[in-house]
Design a protein around this ligand. Structure first.
Ligand code: ZN
Ligand code: ZN
Length: 351
């Protein structure tokens, strides 16, 4: 896989100056984020073909089978997820891992009551452990497949009003910052290997997001933040109006939301960079393969739509529902349409 590398020099405090042409490729940031996250979650190597066996919450967290004991003072809430990973049958090998097929069969006692939204939270809570760098690398590999003049259409909602601007896809910045005393502790164990991933342990944890700014603004102070791994913080990490599976929002609103993740943070003093340090990435081959797949889906968007909430394509025998108002957005079902509506309603007529 050969991704074209092109760099864009960031000069602190100097706004980008560039002129757009009609020939530029324009990518909708929300649309590509939904698809990139879908493909990442569906094939995450750590959880590939893993099924959820047990959910341990604060009360039984320390004693659940497969979890080690942790003393983390008064931190709350705590979630422990136990997955079982067993070789798939030959007809399951290519089936994507999704919240809808994540439960072990027969459904273990104690998990029958889980709603689709809870399953979705646990799904992303597990996959987003240390997932922020993977998500940023995937984004980078994806953009690298397009010409250097490619633009992003950035949509967000601020104070209940839609905001929209276009920026150069290369004019993005990685912001790495410290979260001090995270307010939730999430632990995931995968059997039979008994590999455990923990998020929120310790006094200080590093988190990374992407920042975007319209032309004329210095990239060091982004106007919009994209946090593709926000659900590692549990429900608090849900996107707009507590519905989305990632965060794409105004920087001011994102920074105030950080108080729901941790007691303190240093977002304002983030370490800024243009490209990911590839040494931090677990599996580049997997991510580059995904980037190519998402580009194929994007290039084919006139013919095969995707769910505007979760990024799923239509599946065999299952067509997506289309927004009856704008006829431009598609959804798996009424529930995903409802989840996407608080964001989509601001853009429904204008897409
Ligand atoms: Zn969906
Ligand atoms: Zn619509």
């Amino acid at each position: 896989m050969n991704a074209t590398k092109h760099t864009f020099d960031i000069v602190p405090d100097e706004p980008y100056v560039y002129e757009f042409t009609d020939q530029d490729v324009v990518l909708d940031l929300h649309g590509i984020s939904v698809m990139l996250n879908y493909e990442r979650g569906a094939t995450e190597p750590r959880f590939r073909h893993a099924k959820l066996i047990k959910v341990a919450t604060t009360r039984d967290f320390e004693t659940a089978r497969g979890f080690q004991t942790i003393d983390q003072g008064d931190l709350a809430p705590r979630t422990g997820l136990l997955f079982g990973k067993y070789p798939p049958s030959s007809n399951e090998e290519t089936v994507p891992d999704l919240p809808s097929n994540m439960l072990a069969q027969p459904v273990p006692p104690g998990l029958q009551h889980l709603t689709p939204k809870q399953l979705e939270t646990y799904y992303w809570q597990a996959r987003n452990h240390e997932g922020c760098y993977d998500a940023i690398a995937l984004f980078q590999y994806f953009i690298d497949l397009f010409p250097a003049s490619t633009r992003l259409r950035v949509r967000s909602v601020k104070n209940d009003s839609p905001k929209e601007y276009y920026c150069l896809a290369d004019a993005r910045t990685i912001h790495e910052f410290e979260l001090t005393d995270q307010l939730s502790l999430n632990m995931v164990s995968v059997l039979p290997e008994r590999v455990t991933y923990i998020s929120g342990l310790g006094h200080s944890n590093c988190h990374a997001v992407l920042g975007f700014a319209p032309p004329g603004r210095g990239p060091y102070f982004p106007e919009t933040v994209l946090d593709l791994a926000s659900l590692q913080f549990g429900e608090a990490g849900r996107g707009f109006k507590g519905r989305g599976t990632f965060v794409l929002e105004d920087t001011e609103e994102y920074v105030s939301r950080l108080a729901t993740f941790s007691r303190a943070h240093n977002f304002e003093d983030s370490t800024r960079s243009e490209r990911i340090n590839e040494a931090n990435i677990r599996d580049n081959v997997w991510l580059v393969t995904l980037a190519v797949k998402v580009k194929e889906r994007w290039d084919n968007r006139q013919f095969v739509p995707w769910c505007d909430h979760c990024g799923a394509p239509p599946s065999l025998g299952h067509r997506l529902l289309r927004c009856s108002q704008c006829k431009q957005a598609y959804y798996c079902d009424a529930e995903h349409q409802l989840s996407a509506w608080p964001f989509h309603r601001h853009f429904c007529q204008t897409i």
